[in-house]
Ligand binder design. Sequence first.
Ligand SMILES: [Zn+2]
Length: 242
Amino acid sequence: MACRCFLWSESAGVTKRALVAWERLCLPKVQTPNQASWMVRKIIGASKFIMNIGPANLSVFYLAYFSTRKTYNLLRGNFEKVPWKKLICNNPCPPKCLFIGWLAVLRRLTTCDRLVKIGIQCDTLCCLCSKEQEDIEHLFFSCSWSSELWTKVLSWIGCIKQSESWSSEIDFVTAHATGNLAKHQIYRMVLFTSVYFVWRERNQRHFQGVTGDLNQVFREIQLVVYSTCFLYKKLRNVGQEL
Ligand SMILES: [Zn+2]
């Protein structure tokens, strides 16, 4: 109020009605231009963010030494660490496998049960085994087809373990394979790579009517794992022993 009165009447008291409302005076000169680059749009968007975080937190912008780290943490907010963090953040598998694996961990893959829930009518029978209803727990790796593939992959890397449902697989890998040892990284990599190839096989059968051979899919998983191991010095020796 004092600032507004000073600007318009050069005194601290209200002397007259302002010709233009202060709020209107402070509006940006232009809206974000349609042709603005994504970077300009991000900067303008960030300014709205900064105004929304509240005056108490704005002090970070007036420090003698501006800290991008503090500012970033402030804008991002604090969230609880998720138990599957290391499955995603320290997983050497190719990005396409990582992305599909991440969606599977979040249970956001568009399996038939989810499609039905959002009102899309489709055949909910699993196209890999044609015996049970398709959902994420069944697909990874309770289904007889994916279970056989996963057991074969586990046997290949020397892990003696039966395939289980998706929740149990996540619990197992979170409890036993989140370290930085090469064998842990290999396990995380083969898990996400297998998820990717099972999902690809499911989509090929659904949308293209093409049925892949299990042994061929297994060889493709091996090829991906071998080539990825070759990229990382730490994994190279382990990869050669597989
Ligand atoms: Zn099935």
